[in-house]
Ligand binder design. Structure first.
Ligand code: PLP
Length: 399
């Protein structure tokens, strides 16, 4: 990378941390991205669970190019009939369990969460909103209010006041379910917690959560922004666990690499956004036709190529090849989303540097800095898994 570009990046691109990774990207293909000097990196993050169909997927590129040439933005969301939006919404409705058949498209995960929370308040006419400790739902005010970080103040304190009438309960605590009451508008829950460092639901927990919400008339909202679109080994994690929420939030891989989010509910619940007040939720760019064309092509690609059917086997292969390394304390895994636990943050910071030297892009988790992430594009081949594990093990040996 040229020194000038590096300086301009640091000077003019708003910085989010004191230590950006500072790798220049020239192009990306499949499970790799390349620097201008031609150094390949294994992308083992997929842009944080975005590039499920791999980089430069030709089905997505062609869909985007066609749609860009036909039309881009015409009018704010919900007024015009735009074919890519309608066809994608229909495919999502066909694939999700009943009664999730009404799709509100937005631009990002946080926006999907915002919309879902508003819908729950509007539908139930209640105000209390409950989330899970160690949950991440986005960085806008509403989504951040639902961030149940362990030491919440560390993340949220500087931004208060946030939304009132919110509280967090512990994921997997059956006792805490009693805190959900007739006052509760909704419970927002990732079926598998991502940024907590891949925490799986305890046996029967999501079922008990569903039952408690039904008992008190609270809406259950699943955040499948990170685990949806095939990463869990089913198209949606709710199918893996057999629990259907009242609303599901989607984003990240939903747009096939383009920015797209959505919250999906039943027509009965969703229709409350049309009256009292009219236009209960508004977006200019949500459901942009180019993003919907990309997302539709990506989802069809996953289905036509039976990609999701192979996700669990590929995840198990990674686990098998890594678990006996003496530095690996534990592997927590949901399909192709893995946290490889090293037990110490010092080791994690070290291995991140070794990874960059050796051509691996990994990451840690917002609320867990003792484990590194493996969440490659779902199209990764067995040879690529074996080869990337060789490099990872070499880095582990250096700890
Ligand atoms: C589970 C979950 N929900 C919501 C979000 C927020 O998505 P976005 O960054 O698109 O706003 C994220 C992002 O990491 C996430 O992992």
């Amino acid at each position: 990378m040229s020194e000038i570009l590096r300086k301009q990046f640091l000077r003019h691109i708003a910085q989010t941390s004191p230590a950006p990774q500072l790798i220049e990207v020239a192009r990306a293909e499949g499970v790799f991205f390349y620097t201008p000097e031609g150094k390949p990196y294994y992308d083992l993050i997929s842009g944080v669970s975005v590039n499920n169909v791999g980089h430069a997927n030709t089905a997505v590129i062609e869909a985007v190019q066609r749609q860009v040439a036909d039309y881009m933005h015409i009018m704010v969301y919900g007024e015009m009939v735009e074919r890519p939006q309608v066809e994608f919404a229909r495919l999502l409705a066909e694939t999700l369990p009943e009664p999730l058949d009404s799709v509100y498209f937005l631009n990002s995960g946080a926006e999907a969460v915002e919309g879902a929370l508003k819908l729950a308040k509007r539908y139930t006419a209640r105000t209390e909103m409950i989330s899970m400790r160690r949950a991440y739902h986005g960085s806008t005010h509403g989504a951040m209010s639902m961030m149940g970080a362990p030491e919440g103040e560390e993340w949220k304190g500087a931004f208060r006041p946030l939304l009132p009438d919110t509280k967090a309960i512990s994921f997997n605590s059956f006792d805490d379910l009693a805190e959900i009451t007739e006052r509760t508008a909704c419970v927002l829950c990732e079926p598998v917690q991502g940024e907590a460092g891949v925490c799986l639901p305890a046996e029967g927990y999501l079922q008990a959560l569903r039952q408690r919400c039904d008992e008190v008339g609270a809406l259950l909202i699943f955040d499948e922004i990170q685990v949806g679109m095939g990463r869990s080994g089913e198209m949606f994690a709710m199918q893996k666990y057999g629990v259907t929420p009242d609303i599901v939030c989607l984003a990240k891989a939903l747009g096939g690499g383009m920015p797209l989010g959505a919250f999906v509910s039943s027509q009965k619940i969703m229709s409350t956004l049309t009256h009292d007040p009219v236009l209960g939720h508004i977006t200019t760019f949500g459901g942009h036709p180019v993003c919907c064309a990309a997302g539709l092509a990506a989802m069809r690609y996953l289905q036509e190529n039976r990609v999701v059917e192979d996700v669990e086997r590929k995840g198990a292969l990674y686990e098998e090849l890594l678990k006996d390394h003496p530095q690996v304390k534990e592997i927590r895994r949901n399909g192709l989303l893995m946290a490889v636990e090293l037990g110490q943050s010092e080791k994690l910071y070290k291995i991140m540097d070794f990874f960059i030297e050796e051509g691996i892009l990994s990451d840690w988790f917002l609320f867990c800095d003792t484990a590194f992430r493996i969440s490659p594009p779902l199209v990764i081949s067995d040879d690529e898994i074996r080869d990337s594990v060789k490099i990872i093990r070499r880095c582990l040996d250096r700890l």
